[in-house]
Design a protein around this ligand. Structure first.
Ligand code: IPM
Ligand code: MN
Length: 355
């Protein structure tokens, strides 16, 4: 009998609705091929939620995500909501959702497809073969630290990590490294920040449980440089919330477009799967966004949340095959393209490659 999974769907704002539509097409196809049923539960978050309910993270969404097996998310935010007070902004909704779901581990793979080595702004020989997993702590650090305040003549945030928070994210990074090239580079700013020195000390403690994994440390400024200079030196990058936010954007450019990179946010409960890019208000509604990051996030969802390895790799293969055969959306259209697709055409192409 076919298995049924309940998937929370949060389309969000900007290009969010368009790219999620394509991911659902692909899920339905892979479901029919692999005999899996998906039951979708649509929920509001961000600007769309503000417009409908007045708040970015409505109670209904809070309750909704708890009853799902996994949540697939598009993107949130846009100029329309930029002037709202901070707690009512779309971004606050996303942060509150992540905190509510307890998704402390954000996995952001930066993989360069061979077919797209020319799409990067860096030289092909620098990026060919890059395969990095950024493990970003997602519900702590300066994003959430208290106290925080905006005042007239000064303002502040607090960067804080507890031993428990660093330990659990470090374990995730080491476990992942065990299944990869067994190297973890922990990124911090221990030459300046106490919280980073603490981070480093705790990571060293955790590393003792993983003698097979080679641990190195790097200051975040140097890591930014090394990612551009010689990205192939990295296997797993372990870092805190804000450094991970910044470094994952930088790492995405190795692949040629931020429109390609997926992410998985996991914790103890239900996981959240989202592209690493934003809502791209400049191209929203034009139907030209690249849906591959979201489609790829759906593949991560099948793998990490549902254990549906075959279905997941069918999607990965379809993406590779489509790129190999020269299908490109506009963001990567200048490189070895045979057919330029809009968002929905790219979804159809991926669907057609799933057998
Ligand atoms: C990301 C985004 C978010 C973050 C924003 C939208 C709150 O940039 O997922 O990387 O900073 O975490
Ligand atoms: Mn970001």
């Amino acid at each position: 009998m076919a298995k049924t999974y309940k998937i929370g769907i949060i389309r969000g704002d900007g290009i969010g609705p368009e790219i999620v539509t394509e991911a659902l097409k692909v899920l339905d196809k892979v479901g029919s091929v692999c005999d899996i049923n998906f039951e979708y539960k649509e929920m509001l978050l961000g600007g769309a939620a503000i417009d409908a309910t007045g708040v970015p993270f409505p109670d209904e969404t809070k309750k909704g995500v708890d009853s799902c097996d996994a949540v697939l998310f598009g993107a949130i935010g846009g100029p329309k909501w930029d002037n709202l007070e901070r707690r009512l902004r779309p971004e606050s909704g996303l942060l509150a959702l992540r905190a509510h779901m307890g998704t402390f581990a954000n996995l952001r793979p930066a993989v360069v497809y061979d077919e797209l080595v020319n799409a990067s702004t860096l030289k092909p020989e620098v990026v060919k073969g890059v395969d990095i997993m950024v493990v970003r702590e997602l519900i702590g650090g300066i994003y959430f630290g208290q106290p925080r305040e905006y005042l007239k003549d000064h303002s502040y945030n607090t960067m804080i990590y507890t031993r428990a928070e660093v330990t659990r994210i470090a374990k995730v990074a080491f476990e992942i490294a065990m299944k990869r090239d067994k190297r973890v580079c922990s990124v911090d700013k221990a030459n300046v920040l106490e919280v980073s020195q603490f981070w480093r000390d705790v990571v060293i403690e955790v590393a003792k449980e993983y003698p097979e994994v080679e641990l190195s440390h790097m200051y975040v400024d140097n890591a930014a440089m090394q990612l551009i200079r010689n990205p192939k030196q990295f296997d797993v990058i372990l870092t805190g919330n804000i450094f991970g936010d910044i470094l994952s954007d930088a790492a995405s450019m190795l692949s040629g477009s931020i429109g390609l990179l997926p992410s998985a946010s996991t914790g103890e409960g239900v996981g959240l799967y989202e592209p690493i890019h934003g809502s791209a208000p400049d191209i929203a509604g034009q139907g030209i966004a690249n849906p591959l990051a979201t489609i790829s996030s759906a593949a991560m969802m099948l793998k990490y949340a549902l254990g549906e390895m075959e279905a997941s790799s069918k999607i990965d293969h379809a993406i590779k095959q489509a790129l190999k055969d020269g299908y490109r959306t506009g963001d990567i259209g200048a490189y070895d393209a045979k057919t330029i697709c809009n968002c929905s055409q790219m979804g159809d192409v991926i669907v057609s490659y799933i057998k």
